[in-house]
Design a binder for this molecule. Structure first.
Ligand code: ADP
Length: 442
């Protein structure tokens, strides 16, 4: 029965019973000759009954017991029926929620990754699963309420990462506080407005594989260096004029061995960069750097392009001069190599709105189709293999640029339009900017 129908029926029945009750009381009163007394007694009886039922309802509400199913009719019975219904609904909803919560907890506990819930404000632990206990060295329940950073011995790396709230960037290759041989990767997930979920993964095997791969590439490149130097040396000793029949062959062999040498050098540079976590923090004078870049562009271009270099920033950078020079000159070399004769190459150094700086290398060359843009910084990724080879490319230049920039907490932005040209921009944060020293000053 719907609630409104139940209420209407109860109201009607109560009214009829009230009238009947008073009619009977009045009849009896008239019979004994005391109608007023009879009516008074009837009212008192009604009031007493009302108080008793009210007390009954209140008792059940107060004791949080479930009201029994009520028979009878009238407003009181309707009230009790409604309360009974609500109680039953609430109970089953509560049971459902508890079941759901239990299922979630079980799933989180059974997860092969460590899961922790921490307060965003103070970084204290609210909850963690079993795997987190082993990986981070937590104890249940003693560790609850403790700041997470304490378990990582106050590591500045973890502290900065947590404070910055990097949800898109996991913190990788971190030693486990429980066992330094175990390497961890941490990922922050926005869990609620006040809490983070931290997922901790054991990446020891992955890191070992990565190390094996890095060592392999570095070793192979290193081993190739000596034989290549020997081949190169012997090729240099052959004078094409003395053996005109071999001239074409020797020329091709020289080019190929040069390409291989460049490839080996680039692979070694990449291995070296990958093995480093920090680079030397030295002042990098940008004015001479821009002069060098112009000279390099002009030497590569050999007058085939119009080269301009503009310095609007008036500041210097801090970082590794050698590596940043290698990154910038890779971009300049690409601009020259992928721009046909008669094109323009512009190098601009300027400030950014946030107090940082950017170095943009713009060309009016072939451009890069949009679908290739996300992948061009991958090793050996080329838009056109033949064009890259012809121009002496190894396919590793932009990987080197990306690595060097990331070691300087900088990023590479690429804009390009096919047929109109490309702009590669190295964007540095304010922390990398320093006042420019007058020439000659230390
Ligand atoms: P490569 O040695 O082949 O130049 P890079 O890593 O330097 O390798 O560049 C990757 C690819 O990106 C290149 O093969 C080329 O297709 C494309 N590319 C890089 N710079 C430019 C540019 N300025 N204009 C057009 N394409 C470019």
């Amino acid at each position: 029965m719907s609630v409104s129908m139940l209420l209407r029926l109860a109201w009607r029945q109560s009214l009829i019973r009230l009238l009947l009750f008073y009619a009977v009381a009045l009849g009896l009163g008239l019979a004994v000759g005391e109608p007023w007394w009879a009516l008074g007694l009837a009212t008192a009886a009604l009031a007493a009954r009302a108080y008793w039922r009210l007390y009954r309802v209140l008792r059940f509400l107060d004791w949080r017991k479930q009201l029994r199913t009520v028979d009878g009719q009238g407003l009181w019975a309707a009230l009790e029926t409604l309360i009974h219904r609500r109680q039953t609904e609430n109970r089953s909803r509560g049971r459902r929620l508890v079941r759901l919560l239990r299922a979630y907890r079980q799933a989180a506990t059974a997860m092969p990754d460590g899961a922790l819930v921490i307060n965003r404000r103070d970084g204290r632990l609210v909850w963690f699963n079993k795997t987190a206990r082993h990986l981070v060295g937590l104890r249940y329940p003693q560790s609850l309420g403790e700041p997470l950073i304490d378990f990582f011995a106050g590591s500045p790396r973890v502290r900065e990462w947590l404070a910055a709230g990097h949800t898109d960037e996991p913190l990788t290759d971190l030693a486990s506080p429980a066992d330094p041989m175990v390497r961890l990767s941490l990922r922050l997930i926005p869990y609620s407005a006040t809490q983070w979920m931290l997922v901790v993964r054991d990446v020891t095997k992955l890191m070992r594989l990565e190390q094996v791969r890095r060592d392999f590439v570095a070793n192979v490149s290193h081993e190739l260096r000596t034989p290549l130097t020997v081949v190169h040396g012997y090729l240099d000793m052959i004078e094409p004029e003395e053996h005109p029949e071999l001239a074409v062959m020797v020329e091709e062999m020289r080019r190929q061995s040069q390409r291989m040498t460049q490839l080996v050098e680039d692979l070694l540079t990449l291995s070296r960069l990958e093995a480093q976590e920090h680079l030397p923090e030295e002042p990098l004078a940008m004015a001479p750097m821009l002069v060098t870049l112009r000279r390099e562009a002009e030497a590569l271009s050999q007058g085939r392009h119009q080269v301009s270099v503009e310095d609007h920033a008036g500041i210097d950078l801090t970082g590794s001069t050698k590596e940043l020079h290698s990154a910038f000159s890779n971009l300049v070399s690409n601009a020259v190599r992928y721009t046909p004769t008669g094109g323009r190459i512009a190098v601009r150094f300027e400030r950014t709105a946030d107090g940082g700086a950017r170095l943009a290398v713009q060309d009016s060359g072939y451009g890069i189709p949009e679908q290739h843009l996300p992948r061009i910084t991958e090793r050996f990724y080329r838009v056109s293999t033949s064009r890259s080879r012809e121009s002496g490319g190894t396919g590793l230049g932009l990987s080197i640029v990306k690595h060097v920039l990331s070691l300087h907490q900088a990023r590479l932005d690429v804009e390009s339009e096919v047929g109109r040209g490309s702009t590669f921009t190295c964007v540095f944060g304010p922390a990398r900017v320093r006042m420019r020293q007058a020439p000659g000053e230390a």
